[in-house]
Design a protein around this ligand. Structure first.
Ligand SMILES: Cc1cc2nc3c(=O)[nH]c(=O)nc-3n(C[C@H](O)[C@H](O)[C@H](O)COP(=O)(O)OP(=O)(O)OC[C@H]3O[C@@H](n4cnc5c(N)ncnc54)[C@H](O)[C@@H]3O)c2cc1C
Length: 500
């Protein structure tokens, strides 16, 4: 016998940026659908989506060197950079639509323009950056990118980084003005306020403990009220598992075939945050360097101007590390609890393959503050320990699965939508490029789970996201038109952009 208390059209698990985005899309596409949200914490956007738990980079491959790789013939492969840039354009278009609809009153509450720069040192990396620049700057999506090896120009671009530099090694940087800093925590909270105003029932301090399929085909959730301990049962026709790092254990509970042979590898993070206003004022950019040999791509060091709570601040990091928790607020038993008979071989294979990575992450955890300062001084030679504090960032759970190219137990660094064959349940796993591509990823959830509705919804989707289904890299005129309009609506254009 079922203990079911309520049944509804849609349940979103987790109040992070992904559920917020899916909820906002669904409220436009199917306003009559009843939606419920269950979140175990007291507020929206408290885990990875929180502004202090991620780097707030609007990932558009404008400065992240790990999105472009050198091919064996020496040329630079920019296909991933183009893909990520196009995905970020979808987010900007949906956010603009929400601004125009007055759902977002002031875009500067969550998005600010900030130059994005890449910085390298040493002849080999300078040559790579030049080739990367030449390959990207031909593309309309990267118009306006500049390259320089001139120390005087670099001093103008990044005075704090160039001050006190004694090394005579060659340096090079690229700079592009169209970068952004995004406060994903603020965005999540704005979207949840909007959902509340649209009568979405949001239950904070409610933890989902189990998910199973009932005889009538609905998904039934066992939910515990965190304060009272009382257990409730709620059912829905469609469930989205947007639990961030907590998604994998919930997906495993569904028992769907698609959830088998998947594991998770948690990577923790730390940022250094500057508390000296004079130092903060001297820097105005997000400057990304190159990941150290053996380091995972998500630990590329960067020095970022951020806008948090209306104030300009400066963060450096992230320093990756190892913790068995799947969420910052998770349990030390998360990793071991996720090992199941169906994924144990996959997990063991990954353990053997990724021994070097595990060793690297453990070494990172052991770093002393002075060692971290040394890494910071590679960016800011004059950095003083007393100007910097350490804060703990969010957890990133990387997907481990068997792939044709990588074999058994391959560690994935992207995001992955896993859904049941009948589209009744979907989960989002993985963390990169993350929140920046939330709109693209949630449109993928809709495509996978609601194929029949998609042709009815398509016109509305195109109204909200005009480049949906179109590669902007191949349509320079359309890109210019859309970019000019989203930049204006989101308050991102300081000067009129000139396209060649
Ligand atoms: C160090 C770091 C740096 C990053 N930098 C960037 C960046 O610069 N740019 C970028 O675009 N992305 C970045 N990301 C990635 C980005 O933060 C994430 O992709 C994004 O926030 C994930 O959103 P989410 O909604 O899936 O998860 P979350 O924001 O983690 O939300 C999941 C929610 O689900 C809740 N939950 C979990 N389990 C349960 C349960 N059983 N019952 C009820 N509720 C539950 C959690 O409490 C949480 O509130 C970074 C991440 C980290 C950790």
């Amino acid at each position: 016998m079922s203990n079911r208390q309520t049944s509804t059209d849609v349940i979103l698990i987790g109040a992070g940026v992904m559920s917020a985005t899916l909820g906002a899309l669904l409220k436009e596409l199917a306003p009559e659908w009843e939606i419920k949200v269950f979140e175990k914490l007291a507020n929206a956007g408290e885990e990875s989506s929180n502004e202090w738990n991620n780097a707030g980079t609007g990932h558009a491959a404008l400065c992240e060197l790990n999105y472009t790789s050198e091919k064996s013939d020496g040329s630079v492969d920019v296909s991933k950079a183009i893909k990520i840039n196009e995905q970020f354009q979808l987010s900007k278009q949906f956010w603009s639509y929400l601004v125009n609809k007055n759902v977002i009153q002031n875009p500067q509450d969550f998005i600010m323009p900030i130059p994005h720069m890449s910085l390298v040192q040493g002849e080999k990396d300078v040559a790579f950056l030049k080739k990367r620049f030449e390959a990207l700057s031909k593309n309309p999506l990267f118009q306006g990118m500049e390259f320089s090896t001139d120390p005087e120009k670099l001093k103008k671009w990044m005075p704090l980084i160039m001050e006190g530099r004694t090394s005579h090694e060659p340096m090079a940087a690229t700079k592009i003005e169209s970068g952004t800093d995004v406060n994903f925590g603020a965005l999540t909270r704005i979207l949840f306020e909007h959902l509340k105003s649209k009568h979405v029932q949001i239950h904070y301090k409610h933890s989902v403990e189990n998910i199973k399929r009932a005889n009538d085909g609905l998904w039934e959730l066992k939910v515990r009220n965190v304060d009272s301990g009382v257990v409730e049962h709620h059912a829905a026709k469609f469930v989205f598992i947007g639990g961030g790092g907590g998604s994998l254990p919930l997906l495993q509970k569904t028992g769907i075939p698609e959830s088998k042979r998947i594991g998770g590898f948690p990577v923790s993070g730390l940022f250094m945050v500057c508390k000296n206003p004079e130092v903060i004022e001297k820097h105005h950019a997000k400057v990304y360097g190159k990941a150290k040999v053996g380091a995972p791509p998500m630990s590329v060091p960067h020095l970022d101007t951020r806008y948090i709570n209306g104030e300009k601040t400066l963060l450096f990091g992230p320093f990756a590390g190892f913790s068995p928790k799947f969420l910052k607020t998770g349990s030390y038993f998360d990793l071991i609890g996720s090992v199941k008979p169906n994924n144990v071989l996959t997990m063991l294979a990954a353990g053997i393959k990724e021994m070097a990575l595990t060793k690297y992450l453990i070494q990172q955890v052991m770093l002393s503050n002075e060692k971290r300062m040394e890494e910071l001084r590679e960016f800011i030679p004059n950095a003083k320990s007393e100007d910097w504090d350490i804060i703990v960032a969010g957890q990133r759970v990387q997907v481990i699965k068997d792939t044709e190219t990588g074999g058994k137990g391959t560690l994935q660094f992207g995001t992955e939508v896993v859904s049941a064959a009948d589209g009744s349940i979907a989960a989002l796993l993985g963390a990169s490029p993350g929140a920046s591509t939330a709109v693209h990823v949630m449109l993928e959830v809709l495509e996978k789970c609601f194929p029949e509705q998609m042709h009815v919804w398509e016109a509305k989707i195109k109204e909200m996201v005009p480049s949906y289904g179109i590669s902007l890299a191949g349509k320079p005129e359309l890109f210019q038109q859309i970019d000019a309009s989203t930049s204006e609506t989101l308050g991102l254009c300081k000067k009129k952009l000139v396209y060649s």
